[in-house]
Write a protein that binds this ligand. Structure first.
Ligand SMILES: [Cu+2]
Length: 221
Protein backbone atom coordinates (compact mmCIF):
# COMPACT_ATOMS: atom_id res chain seq x y z
CA UNK A 1 0.00 0.00 0.00
CA UNK A 2 1.06 3.57 -0.59
CA UNK A 3 3.15 5.03 2.20
CA UNK A 4 0.92 8.10 2.42
CA UNK A 5 -2.12 6.02 3.24
CA UNK A 6 -0.15 3.89 5.69
CA UNK A 7 0.57 7.06 7.65
CA UNK A 8 -3.10 7.97 7.74
CA UNK A 9 -4.13 4.65 9.22
CA UNK A 10 -3.31 2.80 12.42
CA UNK A 11 -0.31 0.55 12.82
CA UNK A 12 -0.61 -3.07 11.85
CA UNK A 13 -2.17 -4.94 14.72
CA UNK A 14 -0.02 -7.13 16.91
CA UNK A 15 -2.63 -8.08 19.49
CA UNK A 16 -6.24 -9.20 19.42
CA UNK A 17 -7.35 -5.99 21.07
CA UNK A 18 -5.72 -3.86 18.36
CA UNK A 19 -7.20 -6.09 15.66
CA UNK A 20 -10.68 -5.38 17.03
CA UNK A 21 -9.92 -1.66 17.17
CA UNK A 22 -8.76 -1.66 13.54
CA UNK A 23 -11.90 -3.48 12.46
CA UNK A 24 -14.08 -1.01 14.35
CA UNK A 25 -12.20 1.90 12.79
CA UNK A 26 -12.77 0.47 9.29
CA UNK A 27 -16.49 0.05 9.89
CA UNK A 28 -16.97 3.51 11.40
CA UNK A 29 -14.91 5.20 8.68
CA UNK A 30 -17.02 3.46 6.03
CA UNK A 31 -20.19 4.70 7.70
CA UNK A 32 -18.83 8.24 7.95
CA UNK A 33 -17.75 8.31 4.30
CA UNK A 34 -21.19 7.13 3.19
CA UNK A 35 -22.88 9.76 5.37
CA UNK A 36 -20.59 12.47 4.00
CA UNK A 37 -21.43 11.45 0.44
CA UNK A 38 -25.14 11.43 1.22
CA UNK A 39 -25.08 14.87 2.87
CA UNK A 40 -22.98 16.29 0.01
CA UNK A 41 -25.51 14.95 -2.49
CA UNK A 42 -28.36 16.51 -0.54
CA UNK A 43 -26.58 19.88 -0.45
CA UNK A 44 -25.82 19.71 -4.17
CA UNK A 45 -29.44 18.96 -5.06
CA UNK A 46 -31.35 21.98 -6.29
CA UNK A 47 -33.64 23.49 -3.70
CA UNK A 48 -36.99 23.97 -5.37
CA UNK A 49 -38.39 25.82 -2.32
CA UNK A 50 -41.21 23.31 -2.05
CA UNK A 51 -41.72 23.94 1.65
CA UNK A 52 -41.25 27.66 1.59
CA UNK A 53 -44.53 28.59 3.21
CA UNK A 54 -45.19 25.48 5.31
CA UNK A 55 -44.46 25.57 9.03
CA UNK A 56 -43.99 21.89 9.69
CA UNK A 57 -43.22 18.72 7.87
CA UNK A 58 -44.05 15.85 10.17
CA UNK A 59 -42.71 13.14 7.92
CA UNK A 60 -39.36 14.80 7.35
CA UNK A 61 -38.91 15.61 11.04
CA UNK A 62 -39.59 12.01 11.99
CA UNK A 63 -37.06 10.88 9.41
CA UNK A 64 -34.28 13.18 10.56
CA UNK A 65 -34.81 12.14 14.16
CA UNK A 66 -34.98 8.39 13.68
CA UNK A 67 -32.32 7.97 11.01
CA UNK A 68 -29.39 9.50 12.99
CA UNK A 69 -30.44 7.68 16.15
CA UNK A 70 -30.41 4.38 14.26
CA UNK A 71 -26.88 5.16 13.10
CA UNK A 72 -25.84 5.88 16.70
CA UNK A 73 -27.43 2.63 17.88
CA UNK A 74 -25.50 0.74 15.20
CA UNK A 75 -22.24 2.40 16.28
CA UNK A 76 -22.94 1.48 19.92
CA UNK A 77 -23.69 -2.09 18.92
CA UNK A 78 -20.32 -2.27 17.16
CA UNK A 79 -18.17 -0.56 19.79
CA UNK A 80 -19.49 -1.57 23.24
CA UNK A 81 -18.49 -5.27 23.00
CA UNK A 82 -14.95 -4.24 22.02
CA UNK A 83 -14.74 -1.81 24.94
CA UNK A 84 -15.57 -4.56 27.42
CA UNK A 85 -13.53 -7.22 25.63
CA UNK A 86 -10.41 -5.11 26.26
CA UNK A 87 -11.08 -4.94 29.99
CA UNK A 88 -11.72 -8.61 30.57
CA UNK A 89 -9.17 -10.81 32.25
CA UNK A 90 -10.14 -14.24 31.10
CA UNK A 91 -7.55 -16.94 30.62
CA UNK A 92 -4.12 -15.64 31.59
CA UNK A 93 -1.37 -18.19 31.24
CA UNK A 94 0.96 -16.14 33.40
CA UNK A 95 1.32 -12.77 35.02
CA UNK A 96 4.10 -10.28 34.63
CA UNK A 97 4.98 -7.44 36.96
CA UNK A 98 6.12 -4.26 35.22
CA UNK A 99 7.82 -1.66 37.36
CA UNK A 100 8.66 1.82 36.08
CA UNK A 101 11.82 3.42 37.39
CA UNK A 102 13.74 6.59 36.62
CA UNK A 103 14.73 5.74 33.88
CA UNK A 104 14.40 2.09 33.03
CA UNK A 105 11.84 -0.68 33.23
CA UNK A 106 11.92 -3.69 35.48
CA UNK A 107 10.09 -6.81 34.36
CA UNK A 108 9.28 -9.65 36.70
CA UNK A 109 8.01 -12.98 35.40
CA UNK A 110 6.42 -13.86 38.72
CA UNK A 111 5.46 -17.44 37.90
CA UNK A 112 9.06 -18.25 37.01
CA UNK A 113 10.71 -16.07 39.65
CA UNK A 114 12.74 -14.28 37.02
CA UNK A 115 13.21 -10.55 36.78
CA UNK A 116 15.44 -8.22 34.81
CA UNK A 117 15.97 -4.56 34.00
CA UNK A 118 15.51 -3.12 30.56
CA UNK A 119 17.64 -0.14 29.57
CA UNK A 120 17.91 1.72 26.30
CA UNK A 121 20.73 0.51 24.10
CA UNK A 122 22.96 3.16 22.56
CA UNK A 123 23.39 3.25 18.82
CA UNK A 124 25.96 0.77 17.64
CA UNK A 125 26.03 -0.85 14.23
CA UNK A 126 22.44 -1.66 13.39
CA UNK A 127 19.98 -0.61 16.05
CA UNK A 128 16.75 1.23 15.78
CA UNK A 129 17.67 4.63 17.14
CA UNK A 130 16.50 5.36 20.71
CA UNK A 131 13.98 2.50 20.87
CA UNK A 132 16.19 -0.53 21.16
CA UNK A 133 16.66 -2.08 24.61
CA UNK A 134 19.28 -4.43 26.03
CA UNK A 135 16.73 -6.88 27.51
CA UNK A 136 13.31 -7.13 25.97
CA UNK A 137 9.98 -8.48 27.15
CA UNK A 138 9.28 -11.88 25.66
CA UNK A 139 5.69 -12.92 25.20
CA UNK A 140 4.23 -16.23 24.06
CA UNK A 141 2.16 -16.08 20.89
CA UNK A 142 -1.64 -16.26 21.21
CA UNK A 143 -1.60 -16.56 24.99
CA UNK A 144 -3.07 -14.01 27.33
CA UNK A 145 -0.59 -12.46 29.71
CA UNK A 146 -1.67 -10.42 32.70
CA UNK A 147 0.41 -7.29 33.15
CA UNK A 148 0.58 -5.93 36.69
CA UNK A 149 1.93 -2.40 36.49
CA UNK A 150 3.36 -0.20 39.20
CA UNK A 151 6.17 2.32 39.68
CA UNK A 152 8.81 2.92 42.28
CA UNK A 153 9.40 6.66 41.95
CA UNK A 154 7.21 8.79 39.67
CA UNK A 155 4.39 8.15 37.22
CA UNK A 156 5.44 6.49 33.98
CA UNK A 157 3.31 4.96 31.26
CA UNK A 158 3.86 1.57 29.66
CA UNK A 159 2.81 1.93 26.04
CA UNK A 160 2.68 -0.43 23.10
CA UNK A 161 0.72 1.27 20.31
CA UNK A 162 0.59 -1.75 18.00
CA UNK A 163 -1.04 -3.77 20.80
CA UNK A 164 -3.56 -1.13 21.88
CA UNK A 165 -1.83 -0.93 25.22
CA UNK A 166 -1.33 2.26 27.21
CA UNK A 167 -1.38 2.08 30.95
CA UNK A 168 -0.14 4.60 33.47
CA UNK A 169 2.35 3.16 35.93
CA UNK A 170 1.69 4.86 39.26
CA UNK A 171 3.64 4.56 42.53
CA UNK A 172 1.54 3.01 45.27
CA UNK A 173 -1.08 1.78 42.86
CA UNK A 174 -1.44 -1.42 40.90
CA UNK A 175 -2.98 -1.43 37.44
CA UNK A 176 -3.73 -4.58 35.50
CA UNK A 177 -4.11 -5.11 31.78
CA UNK A 178 -4.16 -8.38 29.92
CA UNK A 179 -2.67 -8.67 26.49
CA UNK A 180 -2.84 -11.35 23.81
CA UNK A 181 -0.12 -10.93 21.24
CA UNK A 182 -1.05 -12.43 17.89
CA UNK A 183 1.96 -11.82 15.64
CA UNK A 184 5.48 -13.17 15.88
CA UNK A 185 7.98 -10.36 15.80
CA UNK A 186 9.29 -7.31 17.56
CA UNK A 187 7.22 -4.32 18.66
CA UNK A 188 8.39 -1.04 20.10
CA UNK A 189 6.93 1.47 22.49
CA UNK A 190 8.05 4.30 24.70
CA UNK A 191 7.30 5.70 28.13
CA UNK A 192 4.33 8.02 27.61
CA UNK A 193 4.20 10.02 30.81
CA UNK A 194 6.73 12.80 31.27
CA UNK A 195 8.78 11.32 34.09
CA UNK A 196 11.97 13.31 34.26
CA UNK A 197 15.10 14.23 32.39
CA UNK A 198 15.57 10.85 30.70
CA UNK A 199 11.89 10.29 29.90
CA UNK A 200 12.64 9.84 26.23
CA UNK A 201 15.35 7.27 26.91
CA UNK A 202 13.36 4.45 28.48
CA UNK A 203 11.92 2.60 25.50
CA UNK A 204 9.97 -0.65 25.53
CA UNK A 205 10.71 -3.60 23.30
CA UNK A 206 8.48 -6.64 23.11
CA UNK A 207 9.36 -9.84 21.31
CA UNK A 208 6.62 -12.29 20.51
CA UNK A 209 7.73 -15.89 20.09
CA UNK A 210 5.93 -19.22 19.95
CA UNK A 211 5.04 -20.94 23.21
CA UNK A 212 7.73 -23.59 22.60
CA UNK A 213 10.44 -20.97 22.15
CA UNK A 214 9.16 -19.09 25.17
CA UNK A 215 9.38 -22.21 27.36
CA UNK A 216 12.91 -22.88 26.09
CA UNK A 217 13.87 -19.30 26.91
CA UNK A 218 12.41 -19.22 30.43
CA UNK A 219 13.85 -22.65 31.26
CA UNK A 220 17.34 -21.17 31.19
CA UNK A 221 16.79 -19.07 34.31
CU1 LIG B 1 8.97 7.09 32.30
Amino acid sequence: MNKLFMNLSFKLNESNSMMNMNKLNDKLMMMMIMLLMMVTMMIMMKNKLLNKSTFENQKMETMWTTFPSLIIILMTYLSIPILYMNNELKMNVMSMKVSGNQWFWNYNYMNFKYSFNSYMMLKKKFNFNLIETDNSVILPLNNEVLFILSASDVIHSWTMPSMNFKCDVIPGQINTVSIKSNKIGISFGQCSEVCGINHSFMPIKVETVTMKEFVNWIKKF
